[in-house]
Ligand binder design. Structure first.
Ligand code: FAD
Length: 500
């Protein structure tokens, strides 16, 4: 991010840092200024859907990578759910070996352009970065995500994208249900093991939340498409517009000769606050709002078929990534006032720091410690206002977050025409309902053996949000990789090749 207090270095400074890197002590490395990336200006970017951060240049990426201390205990690797060799690829970047660096990442992560952009690095690899600890400020961590995204983009633009080798055909067939990050990660690893892999997807496109939820300005769709294409080149097959549980069932898949199934259907069922007025015109779940805007191209309505309501005043309920995405999308669809209504304080907001920062820069108005209590109607049944109640923070709940306690009589009305609810999602019950032998938790997630990701039905594995509840891209991918290794062992117990 651009930090005016820390002007970017000149090309000569960047080159000198890279040139002198070998003579630097760890102490000196730890003190090197961070290389900030540039971003589209807020006033300009809310009028377009282009990506907000601009990529590092090769010189910037190399100079930033020099800051890595190559810690022996690799705390950044421990923080990554798919164990990307962070110090290894940063060393190669600092040396200018971009090809080697991206090859190393792809040993464990086949979706680097995506993860570099959307992983919550501040609570994963970058959280444990020793450089941040030296500065006692998380913001100073080496920019692992930005360098990862740079590498993936560099490789795509240079051409000659390298893919991991596909294993010799085993004659086994695996069906994957859901083309989100979990299904895609599982599919890639299964091809490396030589199994035929078919992904069944309800929508007409692969990517899951990456295409229907996360907006273009955070994750350009052509990047997702390029990473999905890499999987196609590895032999992963896709069957779109197929809702398993409706079009066909898991039993049908076994009857068709599949030897194992991986369920990665995510958590796409929106929760609602359950307050009066949720049936009014102008109330959306964030899922519907974002799917219309992103996947169905409502930005371009009427050139595209699907519309989405555009109004000047919008309230978004929630404090996670989904809420930030909905709020920032509303601005880009022409809203003048977007209120983000959250029951707790800023410290408890689960969204990625970068998204909070961007939303604030763009003018989203944060109404913290505010609980929605009713959506108020016009005479003709449209949204007129959102009634909120001020809260104060009480004792921590079971997750350690301080509970919001409504203050008696402290009500306020926000004049809005649209309310978007982004308070969380749960799993769709369709598959458990139509498949014998699957056990679910009280939250509706599938019960699996944590070591193998096998469900309570033999040969059916599951992972991603359908198991973890609404979680993160990289965790979903980690499940997919773990399941692929276990499916490999299940199908060919004699085959002990590791998937890495
Ligand atoms: P999904 O991505 O949900 O994919 C599931 C796929 O299965 C979908 O394509 C769906 O159409 C398909 N499907 C469902 N049911 C069926 C069926 N019966 N038959 C066939 N196909 C089916 N995480 C981050 O790490 N960083 C972020 O910045 C971030 N931002 C987010 C923003 C939004 C708006 C949302 C909604 C989530 C965000 N997340 C983020 C969370 C992250 O996207 C999810 O944790 C992740 O996508 C889960 O992956 P998955 O593969 O389990 O499921």
């Amino acid at each position: 991010m651009t930090d005016p207090a820390k002007p970017s270095l000149t090309p000569e400074d960047l080159a000198a840092r890279v040139e002198n890197r070998k003579s630097l002590t760890n102490r000196q490395r730890g003190q090197l200024p961070k290389i900030y990336w540039k971003e589209q200006e807020p006033a300009e970017r809310i009028r377009n859907t282009r990506e907000v951060p601009l990529p590092y240049t090769p010189a910037e990426a190399r100079a930033e990578a020099v800051r890595c201390l190559s810690c022996k205990n690799e705390p950044c690797v421990t923080g990554c759910p798919v164990s990307v060799d962070v110090p290894g690829f940063l060393r190669l970047v600092a040396e200018g070996d971009f090809r080697g660096a991206i090859r190393l990442i792809k040993e464990t992560n086949l979706l680097p352009a995506i993860c570099g952009r959307v992983c919550p690095q501040e609570s994963q690899c970058q959280e444990n970065c020793m450089v941040a600890k030296v500065h006692k400020d998380l913001g100073f961590a080496v920019s692992v995500g930005k360098i990862e995204a740079f590498l993936a983009d560099w490789e795509r633009e240079e051409g000659g994208v390298e893919l991991p080798p596909v294993g010799d055909p085993t004659g086994k067939r695996v069906a994957i249900i859901g083309a989100g990050p979990s299904g895609l990660a599982c599919a890639g690893d299964l091809r490396r093991l030589g199994h035929k892999t078919v992904v069944f997807e309800a929508f007409h496109k692969a990517g899951g939340v990456l295409v229907y939820g996360i907006p273009e300005f955070r994750l350009p769709k052509d990047i997702v498409e390029a990473e999905v294409d890499n999987l196609r080149r590895m032999g992963v097959e896709f069957e779109f517009d197929t809702v398993v549980g409706q079009t066909l069932t898991i039993d049908d898949l076994f009857d068709d000769g599949f030897d194992a199934v991986y369920v990665a259907t995510g958590a796409g069922l929106p929760y609602f606050v359950n307050i009066p007025g949720e049936d009014l015109n102008g109330v959306y779940s964030a899922n519907e709002y974002l799917t219309r805007a992103n996947l169905m191209g409502a930005y371009r309505f009427p050139q595209e078929d699907t519309p989405v309501l555009r109004r000047e005043n919008v309230a978004v309920l929630g404090g996670g990534n989904v809420a930030m995405d909905a709020a920032r999308t509303a601005l880009r669809l022409g809203a003048k006032n977007v209120f983000l209504v959250y029951r707790r304080s800023r410290d408890e907001m689960p969204a990625r720091l970068e998204e909070v920062h961007h939303a604030e820069q763009e003018g989203v108005q944060f109404r913290m410690l505010s609980a929605p209590v009713a959506i108020l109607p016009t005479e003709s049944g449209w949204v007129r206002a959102l009634k909120i109640q001020t809260c104060e923070l009480g004792e921590p709940d079971e997750k350690g977050r301080r509970r919001p306690i409504p203050i008696e009589g402290a009500y306020e009305e926000l004049s809005v025409e649209i309310v978007i609810e982004a308070i969380g999602n749960g799993p769709n019950p369709l598959i458990p309902k139509t498949t014998a032998g699957l056990t679910t938790t009280r939250h509706g997630t599938l019960v699996v053996d944590e070591a193998t990701m096998m469900t309570t039905r033999k040969g059916v594995f599951a992972g991603g949000d359908i198991v973890a509840g609404a979680s993160t891209v990289i965790l979903a991918m980690g499940h997919g990789r773990k399941a692929a290794a276990a499916i490999g062992a299940y199908l060919r117990p004699e085959d002990t090749r590791p998937s890495r």
